[in-house]
Write a protein that binds this ligand. Structure first.
Ligand code: C5P
Length: 311
């Protein structure tokens, strides 16, 4: 097939995520922790537009502090494009335009969504024809959350969070997200958790290396029951994120007082995700939090993973 038959630009959209459950086990020798998590993809998206070039380059724009996003090989989207080229023997390059909406270093997998979108966009742009399994394997090497950004929906993640199984989820869940101006470093939050566990007398490698998601979480998702999910949501990283950013405690209390069913730090934070009963109650909670001076967004989940918008 001639190169001319491939499109000169491909636009892919990938979602941010919330961990509705995040259990953290012991630390493996590679520094990663054993996880049992449930991801839900939500309607806050990263857009990536890939254009044919001889070399690799990147630009960033969007509603978030784009200055905090590196434009070189530290950027996960850049690494994703190069990994796909290496894997497939593609000799050219690409310009990736990232339009960001997911908070940077916010615990919502924004960088992972960029990487997943870049993989799908470059595969279509270059005509490299990877299978979903091949893309998943490359994604898992890039970062623990990247496979989920490809997959979307609601899924259980085990291993480092990269071994995915779809979870049945009925209906839609309404979330209000409170974002923070300053992000939190994921390794710093995991490190804090290890130190807290040490302080409590448990060695960091005492927690089990294999964990399960509690049945009530899966039942609540399957039933589409926001009240049950609110009662079973949990995040092992929350205590560590609160130590790193004590002000989040007051944010969670504020949302609960206003009428959210439950509030949880998303991933390693500092974004706080409030689960609400209905779209109307979510709009109310969002409005009240904004009035109180918070940056609050109303989103819903589950939504699909990385997908082509135009080519
Ligand atoms: O894979 P990713 O780049 O998203 O992970 C960022 C960091 O988060 C890792 O370097 C590690 O410190 C921590 N992490 C972890 N265990 C996991 C996932 C992430 O300790 N399962």
């Amino acid at each position: 097939m001639s190169l001319a038959s491939f499109p000169p630009a491909v636009h892919v959209r990938a979602p941010g995520k919330i961990n509705v459950y995040l259990g953290v086990g012991g630390r493996h020798d590679d520094g990663y922790h054993a996880l049992a998590t449930v991801f839900q993809a939500v309607s806050l998206y990263e857009d990536v537009i890939a254009r044919e070039r001889d070399v690799f380059s990147l630009s960033v724009s969007g509603a978030v502090d784009a200055d905090a996003v590196p434009l070189d090989d530290r950027n996960l989207a850049m690494r994703a494009a190069k990994a796909l080229a290496a894997e497939t023997g593609y000799a050219g390059g690409v310009h990736l335009e990232l339009r960001k909406n997911v908070p940077v270093a916010g615990g919502m997998g924004g960088g992972s969504a960029d990487a997943a979108a870049a993989l799908v966009a470059c595969d279509a742009l270059w005509g490299t024809g990877c299978s979903p399994q091949q893309l998943h394997a490359i994604a898992a090497r890039l970062g623990a959350d990247v496979p989920f950004a490809l997959h979307g929906g609601t899924a259980v993640g085990t291993g480092r969070g990269d071994q995915l199984n779809p979870a049945l989820a009925r209906g839609r869940f309404d979330w209000v997200l409170v974002t923070s101006e300053r992000g939190l470093s994921t390794p710093a939050v995991y490190g804090r958790l290890d130190r807290m566990r040490n302080e409590n007398g448990a060695l960091a490698d005492d927690p089990p290396l294999s964990l399960d998601v509690p049945i009530p979480v899966l039942q609540a998702l399957r039933a589409g029951d926001a009240h049950s999910l609110a009662a079973s949501m949990f995040n092992d990283l929350e205590a560590a994120a609160l130590r790193e950013r004590p002000a989040l405690d007051a944010t969670i209390s504020a949302g609960l007082q206003i009428g959210a069913l439950s509030g949880i730090v998303s991933g390693s934070g500092p974004t706080v995700a409030f689960l609400c009963e209905t779209p109307e109650s979510a709009r109310y909670v969002q409005g009240e939090l904004q009035t109180a001076g918070h940056e609050a967004l109303h989103v819903h989940g589950p939504v699909p993973g990385a997908r082509i918008i135009s080519a």
